[in-house]
Ligand binder design. Sequence first.
Ligand code: MGD
Ligand code: MGD
Ligand code: SF4
Ligand code: MO
Length: 581
Amino acid sequence: MQTTTCPLDCFDGCSMYLDADGRLKGTKNHPITQGYLCHHLNHYHTWKRISKPRFRGEAIAWDEALALLVEQLKTHTPSKTLFFKGSGNLGVMQGVTKCFFAAHGSVIASGSLCDEAGDAGIVEGRGANLSLSPLHVKKSDVVVLWGRNPSVTNSHMLPSLKGKTLIVIDPVKTDLAQNADLYLQITPAGDLYLALLLCRIVHMEGLEDKLFLETQTENFDSFLKLIYGTPMRTLIEKTGLKLDDLAMLLSLIRGKKLSILVGIGVQKYSFGHSVLRAIDAFGAMLGLFGKEGCGVGYLSNSSFGFTSPFKVKAKTERLPVCDFSKYDVVLIQGGNPLSQMPCTPKVKANLAKASCVIYFGLHENETSKRADLVIPALSFLEKEDVKLSYGHEFIGRMPKLIDNAEGMSEYALTQYLLKAFGYESLEDETAILEAVIASNSVEKEGFLISKTYETLPYENGFYTPSKKFEFLDEFEDTFDDEGDFYLLASKQNKGLNSQFIQDDHLYVPLSLGLQKDDTVKLTSPYGSCEYPVMPSSKLRDDCLLLYSGAKNANVLTPPKISQEGECAIYQEVKVTLVRLP
Ligand SMILES: Nc1nc2c(c(=O)[nH]1)N[C@H]1C(S)=C(S)[C@@H](COP(=O)(O)OP(=O)(O)OC[C@H]3O[C@@H](n4cnc5c(=O)[nH]c(N)nc54)[C@H](O)[C@@H]3O)O[C@H]1N2
Ligand SMILES: Nc1nc2c(c(=O)[nH]1)N[C@H]1C(S)=C(S)[C@@H](COP(=O)(O)OP(=O)(O)OC[C@H]3O[C@@H](n4cnc5c(=O)[nH]c(N)nc54)[C@H](O)[C@@H]3O)O[C@H]1N2
Ligand code: SF4
Ligand SMILES: [Mo]
């Protein structure tokens, strides 16, 4: 039985196979997957695919589509062509397309809509962003879910949370928050202040790991100045919490093996890198790094330690604020910027000015509908790839299991373009993937894992130039939080961003007295939009929530970028609400 790996943007990187009836089944003996898949993959064959190439609304033949693609690229100046890659598939081979665009002198969109602000902060402090896998978390006594919602986004972590003391820090009372031993319904964007506050109390009470601080960290004295430099009352006000809550948190974790699992919720602000760095600082004060069952985990750098097969030199444009209007030809692969990029009105206006938009993907979406040329991709079952996971140490091979002539792989399209332009062609596909695997893998109990995780994360020290953890000593919070409501942007069970099933409701607190499907109009500095509502007891009175992929989820979000990490900052916005009759 040949297994493959889920290509989706998800912590879990599940292993699966096709059963005799052609259905996808989770691999039973895989330590993370444990035989079950989520809704997306259990229904994978039901999601309607794009099966034919299309030009300006008309289905066309494959050779015609490819000829048009080459013609568009030949008749426009390379520096006015843009390659934009989304995160519909996180296989290594998705990056291959860059090779053509770099050789051609095109511009490549860089940065992300996702986790890069937090990643930048982690790298500043630790030198590298390694993961806390479910197998590691299993050995903890206490788990803090800090702006992360595993019951939706990381379901294969759930078995590792069983029987643990659970603490949830989230403005939304998630399912896990309802059953937690301690739930802190923090004010959005209050996390950095909470981390500093916790560090201050730990220091005041002498609870810090003095040996770890002395031998494995740098800049602690400057950090102390930072935590004592802000009045206690300001710190508390920013979190919206009570000192008793923090005392309770510290009493629950004292002397225990503690894993802190952080999600992207805390870093959807311009100073997102500093938020992760402050949470890391709390972890470092407690000496959590390099120890069994302890640590701070985030969406890790999945390719850490592996060679990058598609390293290219090219001019770049910052993806979250990418101005499509500057380009004649825009090729969008595996993404849906018209729904997922911040500030849809701006994206729409800019994309309307690009003379040829090419969509290369699996499903119809807002972007495919706008595209001049549509090129159907192959699914992960129909091409060769490898998945390196951002949530655990396992390497997932992705062999081709099904033949399909109604789409093209990223590798085949890239080879075709390189040949059409007379540029140097690629190495053999399998050889590229095997070289990546060989560069940093080791076999453990019948499974391939990343060599980096043969020892505990940071057991042999940090990856900074000093080899020590480096504390932050400053930050700049520019979020002007005057205004009526925070607008939260989160994930839901049945969708994967804009793929699969969407939930278009605006979730509102019960205190507004609205009924299901009442209509409200929201206004932010970037636009106005009407939404059908869904009242929810899970929200604070000052919060509204739209799920990723919802219709108009990004009409009101800021066309801005984080201070570090070239990341979108969806939640640095406040909105007003008017009920409509
Ligand atoms: N089912 C499903 N799974 C997914 C996805 C999906 O769309 N659907 N998307 C995948 C992707 S692309 C990613 S990046 C990951 C993300 O995985 P997560 O980080 O777990 O996902 P989010 O829902 O964005 O945010 C997690 C939590 O942060 C909270 N939050 C929001 N703002 C704040 C804040 O200011 N402070 C604090 N403390 N918490 C806050 C939200 O209420 C939410 O409960 O999930 C992946 N997995
Ligand atoms: N309001 C709001 N906006 C958000 C977020 C939020 O929480 N709220 N989350 C942000 C985050 S964390 C992320 S990661 C982004 C995600 O945003 P995008 O990167 O745009 O991801 P998707 O919406 O999942 O669209 C992925 C597309 O990839 C295509 N695809 C799937 N597999 C393949 C393949 O093998 N090859 C090719 N060529 N195409 C394929 C599918 O057809 C699908 O339409 O959205 C961000 N935007
Ligand atoms: S849980 Fe995540 S990795 Fe597993 S099948 Fe679902 S989307 Fe794929
Ligand atoms: Mo993401």
